[in-house]
Design a protein around this ligand. Structure first.
Ligand SMILES: [Zn+2]
Length: 129
């Protein structure tokens, strides 16, 4: 499982992109919840809030996936196996892509990667929001 610091980090990173992930009332509601739980450092409630919608779940999974990739890359850098410099997570909150036909959202944390196609509309071209 993730450390409280990692979960707090995810909550802070997702706050500014909630309006891009969700419709306005839901985004407002989740922002209010997260702000309250961040102030209280209530990790369990923060986690529950991130679980509340498929969009935030997907964002959260990608966020931790990018963190893991970044970690393993730093390790290989320390071992001298990589010539690449800089932080792979170039966008802390990610670039959000949306399906034009439904409310599917994907997020790119690592520049140069492509968004995953919408499971319901695999041929749709996702646009950045
Ligand atoms: Zn779709």
């Amino acid at each position: 499982m993730y450390t409280p610091q990692e979960i707090l980090g995810a909550a802070k990173a997702i706050l500014p992109v909630l309006p891009k992930l969700l419709d306005e009332p839901t985004a407002n509601q989740l922002q209010a919840q997260l702000n309250t739980y961040l102030a209280a450092q209530d990790i369990a409630k923060i986690w529950e809030t991130l679980e509340q919608t498929p969009q935030t779940q997907h964002w959260r999974d990608k966020f931790f996936e990018a963190k893991e990739l970044n970690k393993s890359r730093s390790v290989s850098q320390l071992a001298g196996n990589s010539q690449l410099g800089g932080d792979m997570v170039a966008q802390p909150s990610g670039l959000i892509y949306a399906c034009p036909h439904c409310d599917y959202r994907d997020v790119i944390f690592l520049l140069g990667m492509d968004p995953d196609p919408c499971p319901d509309h695999p041929d749709a071209v996702l646009h950045r929001v």
